[in-house]
Structure formats: C-alpha cells, structure tokens
Design a protein around this ligand. Structure first.
Ligand code: GDP
Ligand code: IMO
Ligand code: MG
Length: 432
C-alpha cells in the first residue's frame, strides 16, 4: 500500500496527465491538490486525446474516486463544461465518482478581469498568465475575502460576500486599471445557476480520502504546473500563485505528511516554458524550433507556442530537493531521437560564480546566468515501441543513466510516446 504524490519538476507540461492516467490503475483515489484551469493535462488512450483542466487525470478509469481538493481554485463554468463533455463523449465511467472540496475557492468573473487588467498594465513586464483568474482568486483566499464552494452553496452568504467583493473589485477595475466594472446582478444570476449542478459533488474530501487510506487503499495526489512555477521556490515573479511542490499535496487535500510514501517527479527529456520569465537553457534558433515541432509544444490550455531548450539539471536537482522526489518519470524521450549531440545543463555560470545546486532567486542575477553544458552522443533509432530498457539504443540508456546520476534519483518510468502503452515501467511506486 502506498500514497504517492506526482509533481512536475520543470515549468509545467512535463506529461503529468499521461503518467497519472497510467498510475491511476494502481489506486482508488486520484486527488488534485492545487491550481485550477490554468492546467492542461493531456491523456491519449487508444489514439484518442482528452485534455483535462480541472477534473483529475484518473477520470477515464472505472471504479475510481476523483477529487478536486481544497487547495484548488475552481471556475464553475469550466468545470461544468468539462464534466458535460466527458459525459457526451462517454468518457465518464458509471462507477467513478467525482467530489469537490467544500473548502475549495471559486474563481469569479472579477478574478479574470483583474488578471487581464494587471497583465495589460504591466505591458512588456507581464507574467504571461493563462488569463484564467488564478492569481486574483488565490489573492482573495489569502486576504480572507474569497468565496469557497460552501459559501456559494449558501444563497444568503453568497449574495452578501459577492456584494462586498464586487464593490471592492470594481473600485480597482475602474479607478486603478481603467477597465470595465463587473455587474453584481449578472454574476449573482450566473453563479446561482451553477449551484444545483455543483451541490451533488460538494463534500468533505479530506474525510473521503482518509477513510480510503484507513482501509489500506492507494491514493494518488496529482499536482499541476511544475516546481519552478511554485510561488515560493519558482522563478518569482514569473510563477503561478500556488505551491506546486509536493508539500502542497498535504495542505491541498487535508491529508497529513505522515501518510505520504513516495513522490514521483515528472521530467521532460528537454525543457519547455509557456509565458514569460527567465529560461537559462532556452534555444531560440533552429534546435529550439526542432524541439518545438517534434514535441508538438503548444500549450494545452492557451494554445501558445511553448519555448524550448535543453534539459536543465539545476532545475531538476532543486525540484528533487524541495519536493523530496523518490523517483523520476522521464517523458518525451522520443522527441530527442535523431539529434546528433544532446546537451545537458549541469550548472549556471555568472560573474558571481557557479550555481549547480539551486536556481538563484534574484531575477537579475538569473538573467545573467549562462548554462554549463555536458554533451552526449544521441541516437537515431525509433524508440517508440520499446517496452523495456534493454530495447533502447545504448546511447539512450547512457542519457538516462547520466540523468539519474545528476539527479541522485532513479527513474521509475520512461515515456517514449504520448499513448498509454508507449511506456517503459521500471519501478512501481505503489508497490514498494
Ligand atoms: P501536463 O500538463 O504535464 O499534463 O502535460 P501536457 O499535457 O500539457 O503536455 C504534454 C504533451 O506531451 C501532451 O501533448 C502529451 O500527449 C504529450 N506526451 C506525453 N508524454 C509523451 C511522450 O513520452 N512522448 C511524446 N512524443 N509526447 C508525449
Ligand atoms: P500544467 O498543469 C505550463 C504558467 C503560465 C504563466 C504562469 C502564471 O498543464 O503543467 P497563471 O495563469 O497560473 O497565473 O500563470 O504559469 N502556467 C503553466 N505553464 N503548464 C501549466 O500547467 C501552467 N499553469 C500556469 O503560462 O507563465
Ligand atoms: Mg499542461
């Protein structure tokens, strides 16, 4: 029996959706613990692609419990649409249950308005957010003015909280950002209309998970984004507004740290980033374009082109430390096929010295960092059908071994294609 946390080790889009879908076989419960519909998690099953933004990536399996934890911020319209689409496509199995924590915060229209007004005002200094209202929703949670699911479900409470929020937000929107105000009546009507749909899913999700753990069932905690978008440890301010590292799984689901057994870090075989912010190993020339094309690197949420670069082990080492990663799932290894010489960044060089163990938090200093590379011979053989590590070319194996050495952690899994079956399982974190 094991409870396992899955996190991204880079700047998101490492392939968490695919890996969670695979591991979902091993568990009774799949719980998202932070983020909102800034996430886009892609699953490819029998050639069919499903992109999930809020619903946990275990949803395609029957007899599961999927949970949207208290650490998430939830846009009701997006969630209802996602649930309806899953039903329309016959992808919501009859015996799988979905629950939303009553404590989860709700994204409101003024959060989206503020998100975009702030980005517009910042101009070239913008963060490049997904525009989904994530930051402003978490802000309200921290300033204790946020509306939780349980508040939305209580008509009087909701009407009163909404009134106060609209008054304050409209002040900022009109007076400071020169943006359009939001309308109280329209929001009240719209959100009251969601209540009946959401009520059936609202629950004390901490209790639900705890009961399963007490029965000895496995639980998977699904992270969104990646460790370097973490509000504390990411490349601040170019980060998201939640803790994305593994510790967040406890606070974001109401399950204590003594119940966690392992942390799998998902690591793309190269690096990508959507939005603005420092990116030491970014490749802007031909090689960057090659990775972007070969990896189909377009954002699963906003459709933006992802910036691409070589694998950065400074990022990974820091993620291993801050998330206590016990095994790595290496994804998109097939994208590197056909590249003559593959580079791995092992340290950053600056006038202030070398950084190999951590990413300097000072943005100005980070912008001056140059990558120190190791170079390895590539491979040209198609690796997408490999089912065991021995079926991989010798240079592919050498690349994997070097990454294990640098990270100080073994591989749990290697992914060689987007499909469920394009996977090499090395160690099952649920059967330790
Ligand atoms: P997530 O946000 O971490 O779940 O990742 P995304 O779904 O945003 O982006 C990962 C993309 O890579 C998706 O299009 C996946 O279908 C795809 N993918 C996942 N694993 C692999 C792999 O091993 N090889 C290839 N070629 N594509 C993969
Ligand atoms: P998944 O779960 C990649 C990025 C945005 C922006 C920054 C802040 O699919 O890996 P936000 O809207 O959160 O305030 O934007 O974070 N970002 C992601 N990048 N994958 C994601 O999620 C992301 N979620 C947010 O592009 O740079
Ligand atoms: Mg994604």
């Amino acid at each position: 029996m094991a409870n396992v946390i899955i996190v991204g080790t880079q700047w998101g889009d490492e392939g968490k959706g695919k890996i969670v879908d695979i591991y979902a076989r091993e568990v009774d419960v799949i719980a998202r613990f932070q983020g909102g519909n800034n996430a886009g998690h892609t699953l490819v099953v029998r050639g069919k692609q499903t992109i999930l933004h809020l619903v946990p990536s275990g949803i395609l399996h029957n007899h599961k419990i999927c949970i949207l934890g208290n650490g998430m911020v939830i846009d009701p319209a997006v969630l209802i649409r996602e649930i309806d689409e899953l039903h329309e496509k016959n992808l919501f199995p009859p015996d799988t249950k979905l629950y939303i924590s009553e404590n989860a915060h709700i994204i409101m229209p003024y959060h989206r308005s503020l998100d975009s007004a702030r980005e517009t005002r910042k101009g070239t200094g913008k963060i490049g957010t997904t525009g989904r209202g994530i930051g402003p929703a978490y802000e309200d949670k921290i300033t204790r003015t946020g509306i939780r699911l349980c508040d939305l479900l209580n008509r009087e409470t909701f009407a009163e909280m909404l009134r106060r929020n609209v008054e304050e937000k409209n002040f900022y929107l009109t007076k400071f950002y020169n943006a359009k105000p939001v309308e109280y009546d329209a929001i009240l009507n719209e959100y009251t209309g969601y209540v009946d749909r959401l009520r059936e899913y609202a629950a004390n999700t901490s209790l639900i998970i705890d009961r399963k753990i007490k029965k000895g069932r496995n639980v998977l905690f699904e992270g969104a984004q990646g460790c370097h978008l973490d509000i504390d440890y990411g490349t601040y301010p170019f980060v998201t507004s939640s803790n994305t590292s593994a510790g967040s799984a406890c606070c974001g689901t109401g399950i204590g740290p003594t119940k966690m057994d392992a942390v799998v870090g998902i690591c793309k075989a190269y690096t990508t980033r959507v939005g603005e912010g420092p990116f030491v190993t970014e490749l802007t020339g031909e090689m960057g374009e090659r990775l972007q094309k070969a990896g189909s690197e377009f954002g699963a949420t906003t459709g933006r082109k992802r910036r691409c670069g070589w694998l950065d082990m400074v990022l990974i080492k820091e993620s291993v430390r801050i998330s206590g990663i016990t095994g790595i799932a290496l994804t998109k290894l097939d994208v590197l096929t056909g590249i003559d010489k593959i580079k791995i960044c092992v340290a950053y060089k600056t006038n202030a010295g070398e950084f190999a163990e951590y990413v300097p938090p000072d943005t100005k200093l980070l912008e001056q960092c140059h990558p120190v590379y190791e170079e390895m011979d590539g491979w040209s053989e198609d690796i997408r059908r490999a089912k065991t590590i021995d079926e991989l070319p010798v240079n592919t194996r050498k690349y994997i071994e070097r990454l294990e050495e640098l990270a100080g952690v073994k591989m749990s899994l290697v992914s060689v294609g987007p499909g469920r079956d394009e996977t090499i399982m090395l160690e099952n974190p649920f059967r330790v």
